[in-house]
Design a protein around this ligand. Structure first.
Ligand code: URA
Ligand code: SF4
Length: 266
């Protein structure tokens, strides 16, 4: 573990020095605080790293080191992000009304990640994603794919519950989605399933409706992350809470999930 961190740090410093020698870089490397924490760069500025707040996205100019998070270290990187940043987060007003933050749960080495909208009543009470009625349906969907909740990783765009489960506000999504970006960068799954409109629109940075987005894979490769070079296939589909209200649409979601299964060779 320590060896790999040291190696990543050394590689970054070398990259920085080479870039400066070649005259292709004036600015410092921009790394997010969770990454710096992970790399244990206590005195980041001395090493030429620029310390950004946890909210910052790894910039286009920055070298992201998430790709270098080895399988055995993903759990620790996720825990650090949760414990050092999300649990105590007050970047939006939802921090005032929440009982618990809901970081996400499952396998840090998951091949498949599900992204929902935001915690509801039960999730806020327990600090665990998808444990209410919609969660029961999601669990059934996962099991129908031949998987368990422990095989996959489940999280949401927002880590705190909006009062009365209202729709997430644009400023809440803007404040919180960098955490999701970091989670996905750390896990680097083979496929992402976006559940419902807010998750699909946020991840794909579009205002197209879920009905038009679903049914085919989209590339998820935000600039400045390792995923930009190697985009992850993302399948938008209906949210299980919507399927509870409109059971007639379940067949469409199942056909979306079958495409995901084929992609994963399940
Ligand atoms: N709906 C969501 O989008 N996420 C949860 O965690 C629970 C319900
Ligand atoms: Fe922070 Fe996200 Fe919770 Fe807002 S919703 S307080 S940004 S963790």
């Amino acid at each position: 573990m320590t060896t790999r961190r040291t190696a990543i740090r050394a590689a970054l410093v070398q990259q920085l020095q080479t870039d400066r020698l070649l005259g292709v870089r004036q600015s410092p490397l921009t790394l997010t605080k969770p990454v710096l924490d992970y790399l244990d760069c206590g005195r980041a500025s001395e090493q030429g790293f620029e310390l950004l707040p946890a909210s910052a996205v790894v910039s286009g100019d920055g070298v992201s080191v998430f790709a270098a998070v080895a399988d055995g270290e993903k759990g620790a990187a996720l825990s650090a992000l949760d414990e050092k940043h999300v649990v105590s987060c007050s970047k939006c007003l939802l921090c005032k009304s929440r009982n618990n933050t809901v970081f996400g749960a499952g396998n840090p080495n998951a091949r498949l990640v599900f992204v929902g909208e935001a915690p509801g009543f039960e999730e806020d009470r327990k600090g665990v994603p998808f444990v209410g009625r919609a969660g029961e349906l999601l669990t059934k969907m996962i099991e129908a794919m031949g998987l368990t909740r422990e095989d996959v990783f489940i999280c949401n765009v927002l880590k705190c519950r909006p009062p009365n489960n209202r729709d997430p506000a644009a400023e809440e999504i803007a404040a919180c989605s960098p955490y999701l970006l970091e989670q996905l960068s750390i896990i680097h799954p083979e496929v992402i399933v976006a559940l419902g409109s807010p998750a699909s629109r946020t991840l794909l940075n579009t205002s197209t409706t879920i009905g038009r987005l679903r049914g085919r894979f989209h590339d998820y490769g935000p600039p400045g992350t390792p995923m930009a070079q190697n985009p992850i296939p993302l399948m938008p589909t209906y949210h299980p809470a919507y399927l509870l209200r409109s059971p007639g649409e379940k067949g469409k979601t199942w056909s979306d999930l079958k495409l995901v299964m084929a992609r994963l060779g399940l």
